[in-house]
Design a protein around this ligand. Structure first.
Ligand code: FE
Length: 356
């Protein structure tokens, strides 16, 4: 194919040289060699639906010339779809949030084992799958928001504190079917073992101010409205509210204090947004370029500035005063793959303690 094109190109230049008419560079009378016109593409299956991602994808295409075919679904549907398509799956890259979900995709055989360090900058080892199936490209912490008027600084220091009877009827937290809570409990199983994790979860259920309902934003709103005094939330929801166009959201964020627990012990619970190359990727080279791009200073900056996620590459510059105010903090240093290892245990505990 290649030599045929070279011959064709040679024939075209001979023709041009013989021709007395001036030729414009964009002359289309000669058929262009096929390999030059075939666009490079990458099929990205993403469970993220953040504003930053569209901007990152656009910048990727601009930098590399590789077009992105984006297939979006929620995390579990996405995994199911790639699994059902099997060897015929067109997926090149699978992008999702929560290490437990990445672990599930890994267990289902959806990822190709990859030597990420060959083509991406250094990412902390605890945010990369030890088996090389996926890599984290942005971080989030699951933290505590408490009422600035009804809770004093220092009253809470750890996640463990929240199970104490003094917080009876004072906690807002979402349902256990949510991946964020499953991974938080999985991290406690990893740290303290199943029995202590179960005692903790039972304590939280005892202390709930209302049946679990709504997303993380609804928990912060619950504190602001006086339904509860303490909420468990991912850090970026607070930032979203603090910078919201809606005055009510800004007021709710203004009524709470965001607190990163376990700073003197295990560190705050950390999870990731991550990606891996699909096992049957038709465009593995483009997939590598795509993942490498997620870890460029440009993309890392966009995650920090547009979704308030924490960059995973050291020394990247970004401008986001709300996020800056949360830094630095000590995060759990265990490998996030452990969240997947203990996910089933966490779900069983939730069932046993009656956390809806
Ligand atoms: Fe979220």
């Amino acid at each position: 194919m290649k030599s045929a094109n070279i011959l064709a190109a040679a024939a075209v230049s001979a023709l041009l040289a013989a021709c007395s008419q001036p030729q414009t560079p964009d002359d289309t009378s000669a058929p262009a060699p096929e390999t030059d016109t075939e666009p490079r593409v990458v099929n990205v299956y993403s469970a993220r639906h953040y504003r930053s991602d569209a901007a990152v994808y656009e910048a990727f295409t601009q930098a590399t010339g590789i077009e992105i075919n984006l297939i979006e679904a929620n995390g579990d549907q996405l995994i199911e779809r790639v699994r059902a398509d099997g060897a015929r799956s067109p997926a090149d890259v699978i992008v999702t949030v929560d290490a437990a979900r990445l672990h599930r995709a890994e267990e289902a055989g959806l990822f190709a084992q990859t030597e990420f360090s060959e083509f991406v900058p250094a990412v902390p080892a605890n945010l990369v799958d030890p088996d090389g199936y996926w890599i984290g490209f942005a971080k989030r912490a699951r933290v505590i928001a408490y009422s600035s008027s009804r809770v004093q600084p220092g009253e809470i220091e750890t996640y463990e504190d929240l199970a104490d009877p003094r917080w009876d009827d004072r906690i807002c937290v979402r349902q256990s079917g949510n991946a964020y809570n499953q991974s938080l409990l999985a991290s406690i199983v990893a740290r303290l073992g199943e029995d202590e994790a179960e005692a903790w979860a039972a304590g939280i259920v005892d202390n709930m101010a209302r049946p679990p309902q709504g997303g993380d934003i609804a928990q912060i709103q619950g504190v602001a409205a006086g339904d509860c005094d303490v909420a468990i939330t991912n850090h970026y929801y607070y930032a979203l509210m603090a910078n919201s166009g809606e005055a009510a959201n800004r007021a709710a964020a203004g009524a709470v204090t965001l607190f990163f627990p376990n700073q003197d012990s295990s560190g705050a619970h950390v999870n990731i947004s991550g990606a891996g190359i699909a096992a049957n990727a038709p465009h593995p080279e483009e997939a590598r370029e795509f993942i490498a791009f997620l870890l460029t200073p440009d993309a890392q900056r966009m995650f920090a500035e547009m979704t308030n996620e924490i960059p995973v590459v050291e020394g990247v510059e970004w401008d986001n005063p709300t996020l800056e105010a949360m830094m630095p903090f000590t995060g759990d240093s265990r490998n996030v793959s452990e969240l997947g290892d203990h996910n089933a245990t966490a779900q069983r505990i939730f069932d046993r303690v009656g956390w809806q």
